[in-house]
Design a protein around this ligand. Sequence first.
Ligand code: ZN
Length: 672
Amino acid sequence: MKKLVFVAAIASIIMATSCTRTAQRAEADDNFNYHVDRFADIEVLRYKVPEFENLTLNQKILVYYLQEAALWGRDILWDQKNKDNLSLRQLLEGVYTHYEGDRESAEYKAFEKYLKQVWFGNGIHHHYSTDKFTPEFSREFLEKQIASLPEGVVPANTEELLEVIFNPAVAAKGVNQAEGADLIATSANNYYEEGLTQAEVEAYYAKVKKPNDLTPISYGLNSRMRKIDGKLVEDVYRVGGLYGEAIEHIVAYLDSAAVYAENASQKQIIESLIDYYRSGDLATFDKYSIEWAEDTASQVDFINGFIESYGDPLGMRGAWESIVNFKNITASERTEVLSSNAQWFEDNSPVDAIFKKEKVKGVSAKVITAAILAGDAYPATPIGINLPNANWIRAAHGSKSVTIENITQAYDAASHGDGFNEEFVVDAATSELLDKYLFITDNLHTDLHECLGHGSGKLLPGVDPDALKAHGSTIEEARADLFALYYLADAKLIEIGLLDNPDAYKAEYYKYILNGLMTQLMRIEPGKDIEEAHMRNRKLIAEWCYEHGKADNVIELVKRDGKTYVQINDYEALRRLFGELLAEIQRIRSTGDYAAAQALVEGYAIKVDPELHREVLDRYSKLNIAPYRGFVNPVYTAVRDEKGIITDVKVDYSEGYVEQMLRYGKQYNGLK
Ligand code: ZN
């Protein structure tokens, strides 16, 4: 589901900022250095690829070719995000590599920070806010550097690029979602030619979309739109079309990969993807997506293509991305056990029986190890994926839901010792509980949310699925979170072997309430409301339980030395509150009770207490924890014998952030 990658993206930030970790895990990580770089609001980490060496040689070679296919798409994404991104990168990297002045000077440092931000954003806009980066060096400084560059390094449109960098009015917002604005005319992405308006584009699709189509293609997913002689046309991304040069490289590596496919259906999947890249035909993309969704047998898996559409304010055009991964077989037993008990969880939930599903299917879910992150999934990455996006394919052929555990593990380990617990957790006993059980209960929370939570319950006959309108996604996320929270404390999890201590759930309960009431506020600017649906959902749940438990002092805000701490006095009562709220939220969803949804969201989820907000920001600022995190990739090298045949694939983790960015820019320069 589109939402889920978004959930994941948000969750990854939450993990990065407010998560505590398990001591055992961190210690088991021996001397692996997770920290790579720190600048602006970003921390760059590295991740491990455990068990890669235990894959078969065929699987390793398959991963090797797929990760090459992944890296070759990088420049497509850069160009999709803004038409000047690639020439701007060429200019900035030229200056960076030819610089001969003082590398300690303030202007140079500011320039370097800007370049690191641009790399992280895959262009001139922040990956999350999509605001344009503001340079802290002068135009004179950059002009002076450009003047001394050798020929061939300076792009032809340098004057224009200087405007893009220094004029705040030019390309100010990557993706504009502001109500009332012309979303296309005011967004600086490159999915639509400059000068097109939202009305024109909407009129175009109103015409081409077939009415009452039960299996619609994903209109606009793989094309850029422009106008010729007053008529709108789609420039399709394909071999021989737009981005053809880069796509040819991708196809060449997919071709090599197909030879090493684990089984006939995986080979077919790769071939369908190649057909789609050659033809640009979206019906072929659907064929590929169905085959991909139905393949649950292969251990190595990948996504590669134009997938998520958050970068298009109209939500149609797909940003290029790729993740190559393999199933973590031990950890996947967890999600398989949950899925196979799906009916028990449905039957025993505190929800009114008329809203329950008589027959519930657990979503096919697995835990994976990412081997490479690319395109829109790099350097900032989701911690989970749920695809394909087409609703009719999901309904008829299923979907895959995955948790990327080597990424969550890296967040977890990298957070160890960052001072978060010491600053925000109420006492040593709670800190210890978090150290011991948060990693496992946090992962279980995600599993329960994804495998069972979203799939539970049903709408009453005749209820419009969109009845909750703007509050729909907040309520839906709250429903899945509450389902997970309620069951985390259930003896069933011990019975089926997923937890070994009846108190373990308290770790996730504590973190959830602390995050919902306080620490997630660190990502909100002073004076602003909470807007994002997942943040609203967490606040809704935490505030509602705080209010409704007040008479019994279930959750207490304790003051010490002018600082506020969350203290949970009665965990069992908190579980009952989660159950009560779950029952009510399910009723709202099942009956489409818009007024009740609105009252809950407006009453608990949006408004921030300015005093507490200020306090949280102050306390965070002293910790120097980056609000956003991302990753460098490991480097894969094919070991070949004298005949050129691959005999092994080696993984190396030593590459740094700047080195990797410069190397990718040179090596995978697919759109010269
Ligand atoms: Zn969700």
